[in-house]
Design a protein around this ligand. Structure first.
Ligand code: FMN
Length: 387
């Protein structure tokens, strides 16, 4: 399976014989600059921007740069597998598409394009509550693909239960509960443009199509979008929950539950004690607490503390195949890929997301083998050690 991921490289070179170059850059660090040319200021900075001074976003990358793989030779890594198992689900590679909201501002097909590309490449997508398309439409676009659902936890229990029920019925297997964005951070790039898509009703397809939410409206969103927005925004943002509320989610979700946004060992332990199945060590790509610790620096102590008890996933700053390997070496079972695919979506819809994903997986496959591993299970602390 993973051999076919690496094959994107010879495919690209062979296309060169017909004077064809790849449709988009293969360098994930150049995707933002390419997308900049396509997008207006509002959508571009909504993706590229961060909280405050951007210190945490930079720290996320610096933490990857400080760590180095130490390649091993003559290990016979010709045949390789990227396959792994996360939360009892078999994944073709230790990579999922991170929940990214409001994809309709990047491309008209938005989450539908992402769902198709993810299914085609064999990577699970995590659908955001702030989707521009309904749960059911995204599920249909994703077809036989693997899909998880990310919850921004509404204040209204009836709405929460209704959304969870819809997600479950639409084939979403794992619930990802994002804790770090219970209210939006100070994001100067968005503030300077007074740009917030939700206020215009963009990224609200899930509540607007939800029977429990609609039941509380005097007029349906199609007739009075502003009133619907003014009801939804304080329903899904602005109120911090507490640990004692987690059993409510457990009662209403049959599958695995993962808490996203964990950075402290104590919180990771609490997640395990609360009977959660997994966590995502994440600082939301530096979009929430400016000056917060780099997510990769938080990963190692957290994985050491709870890795035996729950599945530890990671995001924030992953760009290349080597980055994936570094996160695995520090204890992650899989990573969530964020901004790069959002740029791919802006550049070319489904084709753009597919290209970005295939590029990451090819790079991962080649770097796995060239650093002396035949499978992701072999990647560990030794992969970063000189002795
Ligand atoms: C434009 C954008 C929208 C996002 N929307 C959500 C969201 O709706 N729900 C969520 O849990 N995380 C959201 N995130 C955070 C991502 O899931 C992920 O944690 C982050 O992108 C990782 O950082 P990186 O992209 O720099 O690697 C968003 C990130 C971006 C860039």
């Amino acid at each position: 399976m993973s051999q076919s991921y690496g094959n994107y490289q010879p495919e690209i070179y062979l296309n060169g014989l017909a004077d064809q170059t790849p449709p988009f850059t293969t360098d994930p660090t150049r995707l933002a600059e390419a997308a900049r040319e396509r997008l207006a200021d509002g959508p571009y900075w909504y993706v590229a921007g961060a909280a405050g001074s951007g210190a945490t976003e930079r720290a996320n990358r610096a933490a990857f740069d400080r760590r180095r793989l130490v390649p091993r030779m003559l290990t016979g890594a010709t045949e390789r597998s990227l396959a792994t198992t996360v939360l009892g689900e078999e994944l073709a590679a230790p990579v999922l598409l991170a929940p990214v909201g409001v994809q309709g501002i990047l491309h008209e097909d938005g989450e539908l394009a992402t769902a198709r590309a993810a299914a085609g490449v064999g990577v699970p997508m995590v659908l955001s509550t702030a989707s521009s398309h309904t749960i059911e439409d995204v599920a249909q676009a994703n077809g036989a693909g693997q899909r998880w659902y990310q919850l921004y936890w509404p204040n209204d229990d009836d709405v929460t239960v209704s959304i969870l029920d819809r997600a479950r019925r639409a084939g979403f297997t794992t619930l990802v509960v994002t804790l770090d964005t219970w209210t939006l951070a100070w994001r100067p790039r968005d503030l300077d443009q007074s740009y917030l898509p939700f206020i215009r009703g963009v990224g609200c397809a899930i509540p607007f199509s939800d029977p429990a939410f609609r039941a509380g409206l005097a007029k349906p969103p199609e007739e009075d979008v502003l009133s619907a927005v003014l009801k939804w925004v304080p329903t899904f943002t602005g109120t911090d929950k507490t640990w004692d509320r987690l059993p409510f989610l457990r009662r209403h979700w049959e599958g695995p539950i993962v808490l996203k946004g964990i950075q402290h060992v104590g919180d990771a332990r609490r997640a395990a004690a609360a009977g959660m199945d997994g966590i995502v060590v994440s600082n939301h790509g530096g979009r929430q607490v400016d000056g917060a610790v780099a997510s990769l620096d938080a990963l190692e102590p957290i994985a050491a503390a709870v890795g035996e008890r729950l599945d530890v996933l990671f995001d924030s700053g992953v760009r290349t195949g080597a980055d994936v390997l570094k996160a695995l070496a520090l204890g992650a079972k899989a990573v969530l890929y964020g901004r790069p695919y959002a740029y791919g979506l802006a550049l070319g819809g489904e084709d753009g997301v597919r290209h970005v994903l295939r590029s990451l997986l090819a790079d991962l496959d080649l770097t796995l083998g060239l650093s002396g591993h035949s499978s992701v299970a072999e990647v560990g602390p030794g992969s970063l050690s000189l002795e």
